[in-house]
Every structure is written in structure tokens, then in C-alpha cells.
Design a protein. Structure first.
Lengths: 181, 181
């Protein structure tokens, strides 16, 4: 599959089959993320893959209830991957400070998208989740309070994906997003 | 080429050939970026592709001199793509505020990496540049002061890429970046 076809094919998935995901597939997703570029090669990332059914059930229940209920579909996913954003190298933090931005967030986007596109290539479906109870996640997984969890990836085999069968994604036109000089 | 092979092959390029880049290749890079997912589907991005030799030369000279001289190699690239980070949708800004992060930066990482991986697939090489004179770039391209330019992508045919011939990228081991629960 060409890269552009992979990008076109990949859609968010909010309905999963209750089917186990082999770890060798997950390992290749992690490998794609591991190789991602980052500012000053900081590699500010750590992945906790939760595929133990009991821990996963507890995590899903606590992370996506109450105010975070809109993402409760994620409880259904057989795997939840908790992304921890680590500190960048000093040069990237200093440069980002001067330039007024946090490079670790850009790096997070790159690494997780590598993971997610490899998942698509493996026949797996996924969803980026940024809205969950971070405090509860840390408590269940015994993650120190000062570490940053921005994203959870839900992962598994799709029962259905968003806008299945639609040929086009809901995006701005090319004319709206670029010009030549 | 499989996605993992594409990821392995792509390396930063700091030496370019003086060879024109066809616009149809650039258009497919932009198309890959256009289709990128983003928080609340905000699509907070705008690309100014500078391939006019005169404007490109002026941009390269002003953006990468003085304190920004470490990236002066970019003057050699036949194309410089200026990435403007736009505002996220209100829901993404509000959610990000509560969660303590800016989703537009994560979205930037995703969209630019889509561009860069498509470039690799097109036989083009590239480099992410975060260190340049933003003020000068805005002046030359007449971009309003309040818009945010975080990244410039240098693009072209490689005369050489970083660590050419090396089989492995300089990265943490898989054991350093993941665990299973």
C-alpha cells in the first residue's frame, strides 16, 4: 500500500471487536514510534501498553467515566496504550522557550502517528484520545503524579470505523491550506 | 515500500542538489498533510511553499543567518515550506486548557510528518527546522505578526543524508520506551 493510500484508509475507530491483539503487531507499532524523529533527538516518549484484560477493564472504567464519558467507547477496545510525554533534551527546551513553544508536543504528534499508521498497516484500528481522567490513570498504573499523560490510544480490530464507506474525509480543500510563492 | 521501511529509510537531509522539484510531487506531500487527523478535526495548518528561486534565496538568507546560522545549509534546498500554525477549534482549545497542553502543536507534528513521509515516498529528502528568524520570515513573506510560524521544512533531492549508509538510527532501545501491563 502506498503511503498516501495508508493515510486515506486510516480512520478513527470507536467500535471494536472483542478479539485479542497479538503482541508482535503491537511491537511493530512501537518500533515505528521508536524510530520517529524528534527535536534534538530527544525522543521524549514512553508507552505503557495495557492488554491484560483485568487491568485494561479497570483502566477503561476509571479513565472514561463521569466527565470523560464521551470516550467511554474506549472501554471496548482490547488494548489501551498510555502515552507518557517525557522531558525534552535541554537544547530543545531552551530553543522552545525562546521560540515560544514546547517541542515535546510536536514530537508526541509524530511518534503517536507513526504508531497509529503502523497499526493501520497491521490491519488494526485505533483512536487518539486526549480526554480522560489523567489522575485515575496514574493511580491505577502507579505512575508518579508529575509525569505527563496527554494521550491514550485505543487499539484493536474494528467492528466499524467512523464514516466507513465514505470516500472522502471531512477536511478543508487543498486551496484552503496552501499557497505557492 | 512498507510503512516501517519508509520510516526506517527517511533521514534528515542537510545537503541538497540544485535540482528543481516538480510541483505535482509537492502537491502529493500537501495532500498527505491535508488528510492528517487533528484534535476536534481543527486542521490548524497552512503551508506556504516557496519555490520561486529569487524569493527562496532571500528567505533562506534572512531566516538562517546570524544566531540562526546553524541551519544555513537550508539555503541550498530548492524548496522551503513555511508552516503556519493556525488556531484550533474552540473545543480543542478549551479541552487543552483543562488538560494543560496545546493540541495544535500535536496536530502540527502529525501533519508535517505526513508531508515529510510522503516526500520520502516521492524520492525527495527533507529536514524539520525549528530554529530560524521568525520575524524576518514574516517580513519577507508579508505574514501578519500575530500568526505563528514554528517550523520550516527544507525539501529537495539529496546530495547526501545524515548518517547515509548507516543501518541503524541513533535511538533508545525498545526496552527503554515501553512496557506491558
Amino acid at each position: 500500500m502506498s503511503f498516501l493510500d495508508l493515510v486515506k484508509k486510516r480512520k478513527s475507530c470507536r467500535k471494536y471487536l472483542p478479539k485479542e491483539v497479538p503482541r508482535d503487531k503491537i511491537e511493530r507499532c512501537l518500533e515505528a514510534a521508536r524510530l520517529a524523529p524528534s527535536a534534538c533527538n530527544s525522543q521524549p516518549w514512553y508507552f505503557i501498553v495495557v492488554d491484560n484484560p483485568e487491568i485494561k477493564a479497570q483502566l477503561g472504567k476509571e479513565a472514561f467515566s463521569g466527565a470523560y464519558n464521551m470516550n467511554s467507547f474506549a472501554k471496548e477496545a482490547p488494548v489501551l496504550v498510555v502515552f507518557i510525554r517525557e522531558m525534552s533534551k535541554y537544547a530543545a527546551i531552551a530553543g522552545g522557550f525562546i521560540r515560544g513553544l514546547q517541542y515535546s508536543l510536536v514530537d508526541e504528534g509524530i511518534a503517536i502517528e507513526h504508531f497509529i499508521l503502523q497499526a493501520e498497516e497491521e490491519g488494526l484500528s485505533s483512536c487518539w484520545l486526549g480526554w480522560f481522567n489523567e489522575k485515575s490513570v496514574k493511580k491505577i498504573l502507579k505512575i508518579p503524579r508529575k509525569r505527563k499523560i496527554d494521550t491514550i490510544i485505543s487499539l484493536g480490530y474494528a467492528r466499524d470505523v467512523d464514516g466507513q464507506g465514505e470516500l472522502q474525509k471531512n477536511r478543508k480543500t487543498i486551496e484552503q491550506i496552501r499557497e505557492y510563492r
